[in-house]
Design a protein around this ligand. Structure first.
Ligand code: ADP
Length: 445
């Protein structure tokens, strides 16, 4: 898949250059009179045409009014529209994008709408679906690049579409295999872990000290294996949208306050100081004193999410903070504005080198340096955290300075107190009438 992306990106650049040349030569040929030059330009135009016709990917050139000006055979094959039909049509009638549930992309999700509105750099989407002319839903990768004139003004946009049916199918098979294998292996691993725990239990078994040290090592490794299978299972589920979620209204202030009671033991065990900056409490009128001794009003921070999933994310980030910090302090904080609630987990640990930060939330990515090499882990925790946060339309990222510490941030859409009260009432009604299965996504907005 990685190689595919590189080829795809490279192809995008080549196509953008070809189209740029094609447009430029077109314009120039009307002003330059030399016969030889005109022949050369015609030649080049023909070559560009041949290449665009031979490419399997769909290449679509859209002018700044949104009309399709170029539509290669690849685009015709993917979209089901003939070139003659698509030309001069508004791109919105031809490139209809949707998510995996078939729900049409909003303006903010649509890479073409976005490029015309705000962006002058390439926008890619590898998870989109295209609704073809015949109404078929096709998994595609789409990359949209602006064509800029000398004054850096956008003159047109070029969209490159790739049918990724085969890749998605392979991904699904891979993830199904991982799911089944980890599910099957979890049971015997849990049994081994259980028996090792019994062997280590003084009340049940008698062992000498050497046997104890071997069994302790075996027990640790089995626990690690169990965690790896659990993470593999969760990540496979997250990948194909099978991660269960029962979202309800959560007031993050009190939720984190409760959770912090469980979290603090891990930090205390390692001798790390702890600070909780949780900006909320039980009642809206609750006040506390800030560092200057002034009374401050603590607001409610409401979100809609599954409390168990949120616990998974925060525990994971907190455990990492403890794991990668030898001395100093860990801070769990909560803040936000009208639209967004922000949770942050800050540590004074080993930090993360700059070059690793862009890859950190990818599957199996672990920083490999002398500070982290000896610390065990699966490299799946942050990937799972990202998948869960994205499930609730949130964003997760990290800011870090190597050897100084890291701060992980989570932004989630905030709902107002009125919305929260309304949702809680409907949750209560749901509980009376039927078990809560989920609150619809539309409620999150
Ligand atoms: P792991 O199981 O390896 O901890 P994660 O996905 O949770 O997997 O984290 C990926 C990598 O990110 C880790 O291997 C570690 O190198 C780095 N990392 C995560 N959290 C921190 C942190 N708080 N401080 C420094 N490095 C971190």
């Amino acid at each position: 898949m990685g190689i595919n992306i590189i080829i795809y990106t490279g192809l995008g650049v080549v196509i953008a250059v070809l189209l740029f040349l094609l447009i430029r030569k077109n314009n120039k040929s009307t002003t330059i009179g030399s016969g030889n030059l005109q022949e050369n330009l015609r030649d080049e135009k023909q070559k560009s045409g041949i290449i665009l016709n031979a490419i399997e990917d769909g290449v679509i050139l859209i002018d700044k009014t949104g009309l399709i000006q170029l539509f290669n055979p690849g685009a015709a094959k993917i979209t089901g529209w003939e070139e003659s039909e698509a030309r001069n049509l508004d791109y919105k009638s031809v490139i209809k994008l949707a998510n995996e549930k078939g729900e049409a992309y909003t303006h903010q999700q649509d890479p073409l709408a976005r490029i015309f509105k705000e962006s002058n750099s390439t926008i890619r989407d590898n998870d989109a679906f295209l609704i073809s002319k015949g109404g078929k839903q096709l998994p595609i990768s789409i990359s949209v690049s602006p064509l800029l004139d000398q004054k850096k003004q956008m003159t047109a946009a070029v969209a490159i579409l790739r049918d990724v049916t085969k890749e998605r199918l392979e991904e699904k098979q891979r993830s199904d295999f991982i799911s089944t294998a980890s599910h099957e292996m979890r049971t015997p691993v849990a049994a081994i872990e259980g028996y090792l725990a019994l062997a280590l239990n003084d009340k049940v078994s008698t062992i000498d000290s050497r046997a104890r040290s071997y069994l302790e090592k075996a027990h640790d490794s089995t626990q690690h294996l169990g965690k790896l299978f659990q993470d593999l299972l969760t990540s496979a589920k997250a990948e194909d949208g099978r991660l269960t979620s029962h979202p309800v209204v959560i007031e993050l202030g009190s939720y984190l306050e409760q959770l912090s009671n469980d979290l603090k033991f891990a930090a205390e065990k390692k001798g790390l100081a702890l600070e909780f900056n949780l900006g909320s409490s039980q009642t809206i009128d609750a006040t506390s004193k800030n560092s200057a001794g002034l009374k401050v009003l603590k607001p409610f921070f409401y979100i809609v999410a599954d409390p168990d999933r949120m616990r998974e994310v925060i525990t994971n980030l907190f455990d990492n903070a403890v794991k990668y910090t030898e001395q100093g302090k860990i801070t769990l904080g909560l803040t936000g504005d009208d639209q967004v609630v922000q949770i942050y987990i800050k540590d004074t640990g080993v930090g993360i080198p700059n070059e690793d930060i862009p890859h950190l939330f990818q599957k199996f990515y672990r920083v490999d340096n002398s500070a982290t090499r000896t610390i065990g882990g699966t490299g799946l925790g942050l990937y799972i955290c990202r998948k869960i946060v994205e499930m609730y339309q949130g964003r997760i990222w990290v800011e870090s300075t190597a050897k100084k510490g890291s701060t992980f941030f989570i932004n989630l859409p905030r709902i107002s107190t009125t919305q929260a009260e309304e949702l809680k009432r409907s949750e209560a009604i749901n509980t009376i009438n039927k078990p809560i299965t989920s609150l619809s996504n539309s409620m999150i907005q």
